[in-house]
Design a protein around this ligand. Sequence first.
Ligand code: SAH
Length: 349
Amino acid sequence: MRRDMIVDWLKTEDPSRLEELWQWADETRRCFVGEEVHLRGLLEISNICARQCHYCGLRAENTRIRRYRMTEEEILACARQAVAFGYGTVVLQGGEDPGIEANWMAGVIRRIKGETPLAVTLSLGERSDDDFALWREAGADRYLLRFETANRNLYEAIHPSSQGRHSDRLAMLRTLKKLGYEIGSGIMIGIPGQSYEDLAGDIEMFCTLDLDMIGVGPFIAHPDTPLGQAAERLNAAAGEQVPNSEAMTYKVMALARLVCPAANIPATTALATLNLERGRELGLVRGGNIVMPNLTPQKYRAMYEIYPAKACIDETADQCRACMAGRIRSIGRTVGVGRGDSPKRTLAA
Ligand code: SAH
């Protein structure tokens, strides 16, 4: 799809044209990845972070949250719960926590892989090539690292490099792919300063990176972050600023499905945060085929506050599972069985 066509879709508000886009994305989803919706149990293993990302509530300078890191035994117990719930994957996500020591993490991965049939996805931020290789050898299957925005200037403005180490997530994604991980990336939609041209460039980047997984969600202002405090002042020129809206999120999901038809695309928690009633379902009929029910123990859940009023923080893991399965069935789809590996790889094999 040409850049100007992508921009045109992103800007359209005509309900009948949008209906056409939703149907096209849904049809493409059905052809390439089928009716199964795979469940990935999301475990937020640490909210400790050494970085200063201007958008994220976990940033090191935010002294208003209590910090935690789960123990190996806690993580293993949650992984066993994922198996009991019938999930095929556990996603271990966290802040960029230097206390997540590479060998310790490798041991945790080895135990999950040895004691359960789960696929293991990591989302632990920017680490060294050696760490990525060690964790891959330990058995990790997938890595999620959003590039957030492909506009270099905007990225550098909201995502300061740490101690002189230049942040190049695109290069890291290529390294991860070479190491044999399935790779996932994505963006935030409606970052202050993000234009329609930028967003179209992001969608093209999904293609260029040849992603197995694409996660997108609206930017949600967090009052204890620089970007949350200055959102309006930083907006792009009138008519050019992308809104951080629900509708825009569906458009990006649908377009992501069209440009990367065989990717796994989740209906994200950030989307559910904008529309608790119907966000997940609408995401699943406008390009999505994955949901990520939260597995994080109740006592930690509210502390993983990357943005405020996050959906599902009051629920138990069991309630999350029942809720997600009900939502999937309500739209006539089926809960996926097995690991739900990248359909792209199966198609290529
Ligand atoms: N430390 C890991 C995981 C971060 S949380 C990493 O940096 O990769 C996962 C994602 O949450 C981020 O990549 C970002 O896209 C999203 N996120 C963070 N703050 C957000 C906010 N205020 N609104 C919406 N999404 C946000």
